[in-house]
Design a protein. Structure first.
Length: 347
């Protein structure tokens, strides 16, 4: 982000949470969990609010730019929904405008942050080209995407001491630990999808010349991406494809197969024939995240969730469902780590 002629202001991403996985977990199973863990279940309504820090606030132009940045991601055709709310307790994404740089927690990590704290911050004007790119970059983090220049497939060899020196001065004034975390640290291959680097991604920083030794073509710098790239659009649609207009019904005591690849998702609607406590669960040797929503006035609201990744058990939800109401259960597969078929049932 910024221009390659000088050191711009950069996003200072907070550390991501890391799942504690059993040491005996197979590498493919562990990799699938690492890749999927920060992504939302497709079809989730992500509510965002502007955090009240007191004072006059950021001004309408700044708020409008955030609204438009959410819309730009939505216009790709993704299955996620975004809606502004005015109560921080109802919002997964809470946006502040503090003089604290620009940053965002990544994906579902926002759920671990107190509702009294922001999960995203904008520390400079969003109406400039650099600011517009910042808004789209931080929302990319909230969708579960990391910094592209830290992609292990980029093959970047840094002049590390020069990077520390440049980012340690104005306008970023970063300590070495922040520079390492946001620039020099390479992501593990187990954390990234695909096998290539996209220097045009909105998740890429723009860098001036003299910081990169290899690849040779980038010794003069990396131009600052100012909009979503074609690869950004393709990748976000792999995780959040358009939702189907109709989904199959999951009737009580009827098993439905889960014929999914890693990262795939299956959706079912439930229309309870009676009001009582029901159990929803998966069967088979799989790692899944299981999320149940209730249809309230045409909007799906989160009701319950379960994540069995890395454990040798199946996901189970026990919930009271009401006759005459509609529910939707969404199942995202981390991996199928054993033999046999996987399925889901409500009983």
């Amino acid at each position: 982000m910024g221009t390659p002629e000088g050191i711009p202001q950069y996003c200072a991403q907070p550390p991501q949470s890391q799942p504690v996985l059993r040491p005996d977990l197979g590498p493919q199973r562990a990799r699938a969990i690492q890749i999927v863990r920060s992504k939302w279940v497709n079809g989730t309504m992500l509510r965002y609010c502007f955090f009240d820090d007191g004072g006059e606030g950021p001004g309408k132009n700044q708020l409008d730019e955030v609204h438009q940045a959410f819309q730009d991601w939505k216009d790709v055709g993704i299955g996620l929904e975004f809606r502004e709310v005015h109560d921080a307790g109802d919002a997964e994404i809470r946006i502040s405008f503090r003089d604290d740089g620009s940053w965002s927690y990544v994906g579902t990590d926002v759920l671990t942050i107190s509702s009294r704290e922001p999960t995203m911050n904008f520390g400079w004007d969003l109406t400039s080209p650099h600011g517009k790119a910042t808004a789209r970059h931080e929302i990319g983090h909230s969708l579960g995407f990391a910094h592209e220049h830290q992609n292990p497939f980029a093959g970047i060899v840094w002049d590390e001491e020069k990077v520390y020196s440049e980012l340690g001065g104005p306008p970023n004034n970063w300590p070495r630990a922040v520079t390492f975390h946001n620039v020099l640290r390479k992501l593990s291959v187990s954390e990234v999808t695909g096998s290539s680097w996209d220097p045009e991604s909105i998740m890429e920083y723009g860098f001036p010349g003299g910081l990169i030794k290899e690849p040779v073509k980038f010794r003069s710098g990396i131009p600052s991406p100012l909009k979503l790239s074609e690869v950004d659009r393709e990748l976000v649609l792999t995780w959040y494809p358009p939702l189907k207009a109709e989904i199959p019904e999951l009737a009580p005591f009827a098993s439905a197969p889960l014929d999914l690849a890693s990262g795939g998702q299956a959706d079912f609607e439930i229309k309870p024939p009676e009001t009582r406590k029901y159990t929803l669960g998966t069967f088979g040797q799989t790692d899944v995240v299981l999320v149940l929503f209730e249809d309230i006035g045409g909007e799906l609201r989160y009701l319950a969730g379960e994540d069995d990744s890395g454990e040798d058990r199946n996901g189970r939800l026990e919930v009271k469902l009401q006759k005459g109401r509609r529910y939707v259960v969404r199942t995202r597969l981390y991996s199928a780590w054993g033999s046999g078929d996987a399925s889901i049932m409500c009983w």
